[in-house]
Design a protein around this ligand. Sequence first.
Ligand SMILES: Nc1ncnc2c1ncn2[C@@H]1O[C@H](COP(=O)(O)OP(=O)(O)OP(=O)(O)O)[C@@H](O)[C@H]1O
Length: 628
Amino acid sequence: MAKTKSNRQDEIENVRVVIRVRPLSKKEEIKGHQNIVVVDRSENVITLTKPDTVNGKSKSFKFDYIFPEDCTQMDLYRLIALPIVEKAFQGYNGTIFAYGQTGTGKTFTMSGVSNQNDLKGIIPNTFSHIFTQICRASGERFFVVTVTYLEIYNEDVHDLLSSNPNSKLEVRERPDVGVYVKDLMGFTVDSIESITELMNRGNANRMTRSTLMNDVSSRSHAIFTINIEAKDMADNKTTIGKLNLVDLAGSERLSRTHATGDRLKEASNINQSLSVLGNVISALVEGKSSHIPYRNSKLTRLLQDSLGGNSKTAMIAMVSPSDVDYEESICTLRYASRAKYIKNHVRVNVETKKGLIEAFEHEIAELQKRVAQISLAEEKVIKLKKKEKDKAQIESVSEELVKTEKERSDLLQKITVIQKKILVGGENLFEKAQQQQFLLETSSAEIENLDKSQQQLKEALEKKGAERIDVEEKYSSLQEEDIALTKKIKKVQCLLNDVKEEHADKEHEYQREMQALLDTNRLTVREIQLASVMIDYYIPKEYLKKIELNTQWNQDTTEYQMRGVAYTGNNMRKAVSAFCSKEKPVRPKMKTVYHLYNISKSKQRARTSWVPRPNGNRQMGCRSAQVN
Ligand SMILES: Nc1ncnc2c1ncn2[C@@H]1O[C@H](COP(=O)(O)OP(=O)(O)OP(=O)(O)O)[C@@H](O)[C@H]1O
């Protein structure tokens, strides 16, 4: 389990995911179902062979631990529940939830068979563990244990411990408390007996029915919550550990269950909330978005802290060994594979407000004060009675004494009831319930054994060392490799999309450039045509050759230049007239010309028409205008 310190208080810890494979049932054996599951205990790899495939195609997955069909309820408790319950005593939150297809053993794992000690599930074993721990604690430690039990059926929350379990309760949220169920009843327990009695009451109220897949199928998600408040008198510090023990309703393929009507609605609600749970897991694992869809179902809202929040969480995914359940088992294993990447931020919950222990102590003190007052008043009345001679007066005083006596005994009874709620570490629990002694002692011995076996397991794990960690970190299963490859493909796809977009952009740009070039080309052709027309109309052919001969391309200025241009055209005209007149050349008065132009527009126009513009209809090179 990855574990790092994120800051002074929080530890970052992955959700622990284990698999439990149940044995083939008698029914399945009679029907001739085949066991397609193989567990590699040393490597914690589970392999499922696809039925009806020629060469036995198989899929393998690796997990924190895999419990094969011959594992015991105690094996599971030791490895999964025990460390979480121990931590709850130190003020950590813990969650254990059972997930899987219908009929795979979730209720068997969480509750078990109540009248057979070795078949008891995690919940009843937790009771023995908790009370044993209290017995073993020092007398300096006080405890209050409270219990709630609810179910979510068809997206409605019901209190399984209420006298009216059918009424629907609301899920609310407050910044100081977080998500909670309004009016959910909490019960304080002081013995294994009292807590077991509550569990049985809740189980009896739980919604179950017989389905095609399971004779007693739980149709609701059930959350059994145990709060352990512990006050250390030495440092006056109070911690609260909250344990959520969750038995989820089973996923099922509607085509296989043939459900109709209400049962269909029930099954779709179960699948729907499990799919929201799956989405929450995916969102937490992918970490792409900061939005985790907890609010999409009551289950995920209530388990918000257990998934990605402040809780040490273990998920037990149940798998059927049967060939007919191959598809569902693969789905469960995929689901579970994702969950192991969820990171929780755990910390000790230190009670800053007045806790239950303090509230009870305060109440006891108040009641004791009242008892003291009554005792004083009684003494006075007794004295008065002794002095009194009047018979009637004596009678009324006696009546008063009876009343106060009754009040005092009621108060003392109340005090005893409240005192019983505060469990003092050490011996007094044995005094309270002698019948528990045997259970507790056996549990103590068991826990010592558990400690030892845990230590052995730890050592064995450490032995595997770096190689194991390396393998785990790389590809802890083929499924993980699959995820990694899918991620890679997605990345490449993203890159490809980027390249495609860039290509499209470039294509667009190229088209634009092409268009611009074509436009330029068209313009150039037009200019060349104009130049050709001008040459054809104004330059006699014999001069053209001369011009061509005397024209050369200048690389630097990128233009044609005429040799001896200084001795041509207007340059020569200016020089000749200056030489002939020997006078200063007279600049033409452009203003006058301009005015004249304006005045006799038609005349000017007539002059310009000397050089007629080429007519588009005329053939190139055909001279129809007169040259002056
Ligand atoms: N590990 C196991 N060993 C022996 N029997 C088991 C085991 N797991 C389950 N079973 C038996 O299989 C049957 C179905 O188990 P269970 O009711 O616990 O399943 P589930 O997953 O809770 O089903 P649903 O989701 O329908 O409530 C029960 O008869 C139970 O006793």
